[in-house]
Design a protein around this ligand. Structure first.
Ligand code: SF4
Ligand SMILES: [Zn+2]
Length: 128
């Protein structure tokens, strides 16, 4: 399971879901990686996603990134994550049914408005 030292709650669940998808994708596309774990490129994507989640201005009320009006990902990272989700999304149901169903339900939610101030995880951690 993908581990994060900075995320919690919904953000951590989403990070684990992305981690599971990256594992499925990496296993199929990057066979020349170390025997265990992800290749360097997929590690970089996952680390980038963790930072974006940590800094998400919606915090625990985060919508699905697909419908987000902020679009905080760099274009090339957005494209890579999109490729991973297209490949791994349909392959999630058997190994990770709860993550797959929650992900599908989140994708069906309407697009949110602009994020209210002060909801980001980073902001909350600073207060704590
Ligand atoms: S794309 Fe939007 S929802 Fe996704 S992490 Fe960035 S700001 Fe948050
Ligand atoms: Zn990989």
């Amino acid at each position: 399971m993908t581990v994060s030292a900075v995320l919690s709650g919904k953000l951590l669940f989403e990070f684990r879901t992305i981690g599971a998808m990256v594992e499925i994708y990496c296993k199929a596309h990057h066979p020349l990686k170390p025997a265990k774990g992800l290749c360097d490129s997929c590690c970089e994507i996952l680390s980038y996603a963790e930072t974006r989640l940590d800094r998400c201005p919606y915090g625990q009320q985060k919508p699905t990134c697909n419908k987000c009006p902020v679009h905080c990902y760099k274009p090339e990272m957005k494209q890579k994550v999109r490729e991973i989700m297209i490949y791994a999304g349909p392959r999630m149901l058997l190994p990770h049914p709860i993550m797959a169903i929650k992900h599908l339900l989140a994708e069906r939610q309407p697009a949110p408005g602009k994020p209210p101030a002060g909801l980001s995880n980073r902001h909350l951690r600073k207060l704590g």
